[in-house]
Ligand binder design. Sequence first.
Ligand code: AMP
Length: 395
Amino acid sequence: MAYKTLDDIDLTAKRILIRVDLNVPTEDGRITDDTRIRRILPTIEAVVEKGGHPILLSHFGRPKGQRVAEMSLNVATDTLAVLSGRAVRFSDDCIGDPAKAAIAAQQPGEIVLLENTRYHAGEENNDADFAQALAALGDIYVNDAFSAAHRAHASTEAIARLLPSVAGRNMQTELDALEKALSAPERPVVAVVGGAKVSTKLDLIGNMLAKVDAVVIGGGMANTFLAAQGKPVGKSLCEHDMLDTAREIASRAKAQGCELILPVDVVVAEAFAANAPHRTVTADACPDDMMILDAGEQTVALIEARFEGAKTIVWNGPLGAFEIVPFNRATDAAALKAAALTKAGKVLSVAGGGDTVAALNASGAGEQFSYVSTAGGAFLEWLEGKTLPGVAALQ
Ligand code: AMP
């Protein structure tokens, strides 16, 4: 991918508008997890070190074009100051006189934080005038919010067309990991696609079939594939209206030379509840009054064997109902295997999207993956092979 970075442009004495993701989780007006703030620090430091003046732009929540007091980005000011060790000047509007005044008063080494971009309807409409009002505040635009790059909004897309634009450090790290995992991966590549439903992952599976050597189908969606083969699934989560689609995916996989790995044994339980009575049966033997909640040990062994022969692993979605014990077992075991192979330098592993981060972190495997994306929707759209407007605008 051809895009410029902070190393390709002179920032000296320039006003640098940085689109970050400060959409932090809060409770009663307090930040409950400061990960997103920590993640923007390398870009801020690089900008200051290169003589630029960092001015931060972000959305926060969904105020839908209105000033909603509970969605003020001022909530991040103090934590940002503490974590960065820098003075933070907050502007209570992201355009116009308040923003201009804050930027005019900005001292070298200080950070200006602009109010929630979504207080203006023009943000989500990708409005040209609003983008112009943002662009008027700076000399250079830096996009460091990969997690917002799947949306064509004024602060992620239109503005990039008005100013010299480069990728920030987070954006660079994320694009680099994704490129290594799918655009130019070392083969063989094994993809794990798990989760609840086939219907929400059709585009993703379609794109995987064309790009990888094997796809492991896990979680509730595997039940739909088993039912499509005429196997009983009892009370399992299963999309009975998707059986033709599942069959079509299976035949497409065959035609494209991509191995589809389905469960050969499954853990069946009496109810969707922690420690519900359960046992392991072969994949063609789910009793009528039970439900499949996890993959069995033989399936895990099969997945582990494929991992051992792989150079790259891409992971989205759990192999079972990982939130309730003991139906986290297959997900944990396979994730720990991928983590161990990564640690041993044998594979590159990239994971992300939806519940995946929680599922991998629960076993501690996530920490050892080569890269775990917290970007959610943007990561999924990228796996689906879609062009992300915020990334395209940098190219
Ligand atoms: P997704 O959001 O599509 O990644 O799906 C994740 C959800 O799928 C989690 O909440 C899991 O509990 C759920 N899930 C995975 N396997 C099963 C299964 N066999 N039966 C019911 N739910 C499942």
